[in-house]
Write a protein that binds this ligand. Sequence first.
Ligand code: GLV
Ligand code: MN
Ligand code: MN
Ligand code: MN
Length: 388
Amino acid sequence: MLEQLAHIGRDPKTGGYVRDAWSAADLELREWFAGEAGRRGLALREDPNGNLWAWWGTPSPERPGVVTGSHLDSVRQGGAYDGPLGVVSAFAALDLLRERGVTPSVPVGVACFSDEEGARFGVPCVGSRLLTGVLPPERALALTDDDGDTLADVLKRAGREPGGLGRDDGTLAAVGTFVELHVEQGRGLVGEGRSVGVAGAIWPHGRWRFDFHGRADHAGTTRLADRDDPMLPLARMVLAAREAAERRGVVATVGKVRVSPGNANAIPGEVAAWLDARGADEEAVRALVAELSEGAQVREESWTPVVTFDPALRDRIARAAGGDTPAPILPTGAGHDAGILAAAGVPSAMLFVRNPTGVSHSPGEHAERADCEAGVVALADVLEELCR
Ligand code: GLV
Ligand code: MN
Ligand code: MN
Ligand code: MN
């Protein structure tokens, strides 16, 4: 299945993936999902927030299902596994349950959440945040992409009705438990010598937009003393972020900058930069952002508090996934839809599959075939345990 997806949104020059939400690539991936659901006789549904569900059995509030899945969108120039591995493994684990002759006592669902990465509109986990109500629909619809198109425009162009966005108790009530399998985005499992691990917690994390205003002018004829150059405060902020992150024991990244108008021979007039900050200690992350925000024009674009996955479910899953020795439990600095659902009170858990390089959000992301297969078996074992 991963091979079937390998060409979609792939940049042949870099080998990286560009799968923005609601782009042609994303729509093709959604078609693929629908095809896989259809081939298995699963009931396909797109909820009003753009999340896809494929059901084996019919869930109801009295009989909610066990759901597994992830997302199909990517960061720009991302790897092949972040997201798709979880969706592909979900279908493969369901196949395995059927091969084993398992008759689940509750419905089993495969989910694909919309716009997990937030590559296009800046806010991550848009589909699951809308579903659970933590992102107000008015705010989501007004988000803009780099072309200035709003999410509302983009949804209409994709043939979707933007009026239905927002908290969806009916869809949520169908999810009794959610398990997301994901490629590991670090080398914890390499260190443990294991193929599969279980998530313990997700660090608190957020994104902030900094705007620096200056005055555009000629690069050759404007004396240094006469300049109002917004690149200078940006440069100071980037260096201060690194210094403060080291001092406070957290991580901070400026991975996206928009320089306007963008002439090599002109002082820019405006610079926008996006700070991503995360860490085990929420207070330390908050303090770093407060420190950098002093005297700057800053807007919080998203904030996700710490997620500690339910310990009883986590341990049960670590035992089910681990074979003879329970799977190791790892914390992570990456955000996931499972974290958004957990925060909304849906019992949720995550499985990680070993990544030999530890690299992610880059074309260098990798997982060996044998580890992916071990992930599918572990996921099937977990589903069998949860739906018995
Ligand atoms: C999602 O991948 C994130 O940025 O943590
Ligand atoms: Mn990601
Ligand atoms: Mn992901
Ligand atoms: Mn000229």
